[in-house]
Design a protein around this ligand. Sequence first.
Ligand code: MIC
Ligand code: SF4
Length: 647
Amino acid sequence: MGLTIAEKIIKEHLRAGEMRKGEEIALKIDQTLTQDATGTMAYLEFETMGIPRVRTELSAAYIDHNTLQSGFMNADDHRFIRSMAKKYGLYFSRPGNGICHQVHLERFGKPGKTLIGSDSHTPTGGGIGMLAMGAGGLDVAVAMGGGAYHITMPKMIKVELTGKLRPFVTAKDVSLELLRRISVKGGVGAIIEWGGEGVKTLSVPERATITNMGTETGATTSIFPSDEVTREFLKAEGREEDWVELLSDDDAVYDQVIEMDLSSLEPLIACPHSPDNVVKVSELKDVKVDQVCIGSCTNSSLYDMLKVAEILKGRVINPDVSLSISPGSKQVLSMLADCGALSDILAAGARVLECACGPCIGMGFSPNSGGVSLRTFNRNFEGRSGTADGQVYLVSPETAAASALTGYITDPTTLGEEIRVRMPEEFKIDDSAIEPPLPEEEAAGVEILRGPNIKPFPEGEPLSGEFKAELILKVGDNITTDHIMPAGSKILPYRSNIPHLSQYCFGVCDETFSERAKAAGRSIILGGSNYGQGSSREHAALVPLYLGVRVVIAKSFARIHRANLINAGILPLTLKTPEDYDLLNRGDTLKITDILGGLDSGEFTLKDVTNGRTLLLEGDFTERQKAILKAGGLLKYVAAEEHERNE
Ligand code: MIC
Ligand code: SF4
C-alpha cells in the first residue's frame, strides 16, 4: 500500500509505536521553534531538565509577539530568552526580524524534516513539505532535549485541487472555503494533505497561507508536496541544497477526500467571531469599515505585500479607515523598500508597523468601540483584538486593500483590471538579525539573565483515589484558549508570571472566575465540544492548575490543549453521553470515584453529589499519558524517568 506525504515523513521519524490510526506514536523531532510569548515558559521548563545543550538539528528562538515594551517585562523576557539561546545552542531571531513562521519558512525550514513549535501556526512549514506541528511549550522543551514528540497517529484527509485561482481570488479564500466546508472542528485528529493538479499553480507563500490557516480546522497539521515550485522558492532563498522531492504515492490511501475547484472560488470573508463563519465578500458590500489590518503569519509574505502595494498604488485610502501594514519579516520589508512598493503603501495612507504579530494578538492597533475591523489574519475570536466589542472579519490581502480604498467591505474582483506582481528570482538574504548558536566552549560561560517578572510555575499533583470538588464553571462549545487565558498587550507581558496572569483567567466568560476558583481550593470545569481550540499556549492549562482546577470535563477537546492539560497534570475527561452536559450545573459538588481504576479502564464514574445522579465519563489515555497523570504532570514524569535511568 502506498504512503501519503505525511506518512512518509512519519515513517522516517518513528521512534516508537505503529503507524495505525488512533494509536500513539513517538516522533523524532529535527527542528524546534519558540516565540517569546510561549518561549519564556518553555525555556524555564527546559532549564529544569538539566540538559547542557539542545539536541536537535536546529532550534530557533524568535521574538515577535511581545514587542510593545511598555514596562520592563517584555524587554526582560527577551533578554532572558536571548541568554538561554546563547547558553544552550539555539539561533536567536531578534525583535523586528519578523514573525517566527515567516522567518522560519524563509531561512530554516526543510522539506521532509519534522518541526514542532510552541505556537499553533507552526504548520506554516507544511507549505514547503515539512511535517510541522504546534505544541505546548513543555513538549517543545522535551524535544529540544532530544526527547520524542508524542501524537496520536492522525487520519489522512486529502484536498484534491483542480483548476486555477481567478484574478483577485487567493490562497486565503482557499483556506476560508475549507473552513466553510469542514468548520473549526473538521480537521481534529487529521493531517490535511493538499494535492491534485491545482497544487502546481500555487506558489510557496500561497501554500504557506493555506497550511498556516489549516490550524483553524483543528488539524494536527497540513502539508503540501515538495516539488519544483518548492525548489524554486528554496533557490530564491539561496538554499536550493535543502530541497528534496516529496510526493505522495499514487496508491496512497486517504480517509477522506475533499474536492475543490480553484477556478470556481470567489473572495470569501469570515464574520465575527469564528474563522468558520464564512460568507462571500459580495454579500456584505454595504458594511462600513473602520479599520483594516494587513499582515500576520497568514498573509505577510512579499507576494502578499506586493499585491497590496499594487492595489494601493496611486490611490489614497478612505479617510474613515485606519490601515495598518505589518510585513512578515525584515526580508519582506527591506525588499518592499528596495523596489519602491513601500512608498506606494505609505503614499496611500497606511500606518506601517514593525515586522511582528502586532494587532493579530492585540499588541496595539485595537479597533474603536464596536469598530468593524477587516484583517488578513487567521483568528477573529471575541475580544482578541483588544476591543471587547470589536467586530473582526477575516479576509485576503486583496479584499483588505480594496476595502481600505472604498471604506466598505469590497469584493476585489470589482476593482477591474487584474494586478500582476513580479516575484524576484532571488530574495534579499540578510541574516544579520539572526544570532547563530555559540560554540560549546563559549556557551558554557554565558550567564542567564532573569528579570523580576519571572515567577515560579505551578506544579501538578500525583493523581490518587477519588476527587471531590465544586463544578466552578460551565461553558459552551468551541471555547478557545483566548477565552481561558486571554492575550493582548496588557496581559501578554506576564507570560512568565502565572500568579499575575491568573487574575484574567476566563475573564471573557466570567469576571468572577479567578476569585471563585481561588476560594474553592480545588475545582472542576465543564466545557462543550472542541474545548480549548486555538492557540498552543500552555498557560491555558498552567493558570487553571495554579487556580486549583484538577479536572476538565468536556464533550470533546482540541488536540494541543488536551495535551497541555495532561502535561500540566490536569485530568481531561469527556462525557460518555454528550447530553449529560445539560444535567450538570455550576455550583454542583462532583465526585470522581476511583481515578486510578478509571485510568486503567478508560471509564470513570462521576457522582453529582448535589443532585444525587451518577454519570459516566471517558478518558482514553495512552500508557505514557497515564504515567504522566499519575506522576502529576510531564515535568515530574521526566524527572522520575531521569532518576530511574541514573539509579
Ligand atoms: C495565537 O495566534 O493565538 C498565538 C498568540 O500565536 C498563540 C501562542 C500564544 O498564545 O503565545 C498560538 O497560536 O499558539
Ligand atoms: Fe503571531 Fe497572529 Fe501568527 Fe499567532 S496567529 S503567530 S499572534 S501572527
